[in-house]
Design a protein around this ligand. Structure first.
Ligand code: ZN
Length: 346
């Protein structure tokens, strides 16, 4: 027999009626939203089965794993800014009015409200409709960016944005914490503490990375009308962890896997934040095929692996043009982007 979302939603009504002081006191919409998440997880599971991919059976999320509750519609079991006054509050059915420390102004109309638990902290996540666009004045400038490991990104104007130092430090601490966790006996108090430490460090890394990518994206959006970057879907297939780090010695290799995955994730988040800011500001973002961008000479066009002497040095074997390899990559990305833009406009 198959159980579907419709069956569970119908059953939910009975459950609520039978348990008015327990399940019945919470928001119906929010409980339905949870059932819909479950349905989505199983649909994705069956889709992967069908496609003969690794299916990954949905994990049961007990009280210790279940960290997010959503209210799909403002004013339906929840209300944003429930007591308009000097203090911002949110009303959640069954919980009451809760004070919120809003870290920025809410633009547009609140659509959904989510409450998320991260360790011992609680976060409120709003999604909004009708967010007003804020176009920025034209600058007349275009830029290409090369995303790297040694530096977070390098622009065709020879500006390097470094990876935040504290991010690498957190990544190392995270690696240590994960090793400590692996050594703890399951079910022990030590293990519980070790797990909380890993979770806390993950949250720290996430916040540091978000802060850094927001700042970097804002800077680009303010200075350039057109921003070209490598298409990550292609980049990740053509790059390996070993090939992109400076002299991968013993020390680098041990932690490079984790550091690397943190950086990779950072680029994905960076590009989606950049795209969102660009749309609001009326800027153009172009993703280009990154193949050969690091080995083509910007001066004479000669393309050879030998042009790249080392991780950071580019010397053209034909014309002798010399530059920082990441800058060369960024210049080629910019050219490919502008060529695409011209082709699209024609
Ligand atoms: Zn050349």
């Amino acid at each position: 027999m198959t159980t579907r979302y419709g069956d569970q939603s119908a059953q939910l009504k009975d459950v609520r009626r039978a348990d008015p002081d327990g399940q019945g006191q919470w928001s119906f919409c929010s409980q339905q939203a949870t059932l819909r998440r479950l349905d989505k997880a199983f649909q994705a599971f069956f889709r992967r089965m069908k496609a003969k991919q690794a299916p990954g059976y949905p994990r049961f999320k007990g009280a210790g794993w279940f960290d997010t509750v959503q209210w799909p519609k403002d004013r339906d079991g929840c209300r944003w800014n429930s007591t308009p006054s000097s203090q911002t509050r949110v009303y959640l059915q069954g919980v009451g009015h809760i004070r919120v420390h809003a870290h920025r102004k809410v633009d547009g109309k609140v659509k959904t409200i989510s409450v998320k638990r991260e360790g011992r902290r609680w976060f409120l996540i709003l999604s909004c409709d009708e967010v007003p666009a804020e176009p920025l004045p034209d600058t007349g400038n275009a830029v290409g960016i090369d995303m790297g490991v040694a530096a977070f990104l390098t622009t065709s104007d020879e500006v390097q944005v470094a990876n935040p130092r504290h991010l690498a430090a957190s990544a190392d601490r995270l690696a240590d914490a994960q090793r400590a966790l692996a050594r703890c006996k399951s079910g022990s108090m030590r293990r519980r503490k070790a797990r909380a430490r890993v979770a806390g460090l993950h949250a720290t890394v996430r916040r540091q990375r978000l802060d850094h990518v927001h700042k970097t994206a804002r800077w680009l959006i303010h200075h350039y009308d057109v921003i070209a970057h490598e298409d990550l879907r292609i980049t990740n297939m053509t790059r390996s962890a070993a090939g992109t780090l400076d002299a991968p010695g013993a020390n680098v290799a041990v932690k490079s896997g984790l550091n690397r995955s943190i950086l990779d994730a950072g680029w994905g988040i960076f590009l989606s934040i950049l795209a969102a800011k660009a749309e609001s500001a009326g800027r153009t973002i172009i993703a280009v095929d990154p193949r050969n961008t690091s080995r083509t000479c910007p001066a004479c066009g000669h393309c050879a692996k030998e042009n790249r002497v080392s991780q950071s040095h580019f010397v053209c074997v034909t014309c002798g043009y010399t530059a920082h390899a990441d800058v060369v990559g960024a210049i080629n990305v910019l050219r490919a982007g502008l060529a695409r833009q011209t082709a699209d406009a024609a």
